[in-house]
Design a protein around this ligand. Structure first.
Ligand code: SF4
Length: 101
């Protein structure tokens, strides 16, 4: 990897850490252990979704392309009406996923 690529990656990572820090100050993150998160099969990383329990899940589905996601484009986390007062991760997933039109 070239130094330039490393620099770009560090910039991207730095920016997203700052962004998620700001988001966390606004609202706490949903924990996978929360009762409603468990009920909906929410995971902070769509790759960790329970494939046996949710056979319709695909790796391409995540909160950022879900119709219910309220985060801005490019955000690392955002609100979801199913988890009032908390934020879900952009790469998260739950069984109520509905593809954004
Ligand atoms: S409804 Fe959509 S945005 Fe909300 S947690 Fe489930 S997949 Fe994510």
């Amino acid at each position: 990897m070239t130094n330039r690529r490393v620099f770009i990656l560090q910039s991207v990572i730095g920016t997203s850490v700052l962004a998620s820090g700001a988001a966390m100050a606004a609202a706490p993150m949903v924990a996978e252990t929360d009762a409603n998160a468990k009920g909906l099969g929410y995971v902070a990383d769509t790759a960790k979704a329970d494939a046996a329990k949710y056979p319709k899940h695909t790796a391409a589905q995540n909160c950022s392309n879900c119709a219910l996601y309220q985060g801005k484009a490019g955000s690392t986390s955002g609100g979801c009406p199913l988890f009032a007062g908390k934020e879900v991760t952009a790469k998260g997933w739950c069984s109520a996923y509905a593809k954004k039109a």
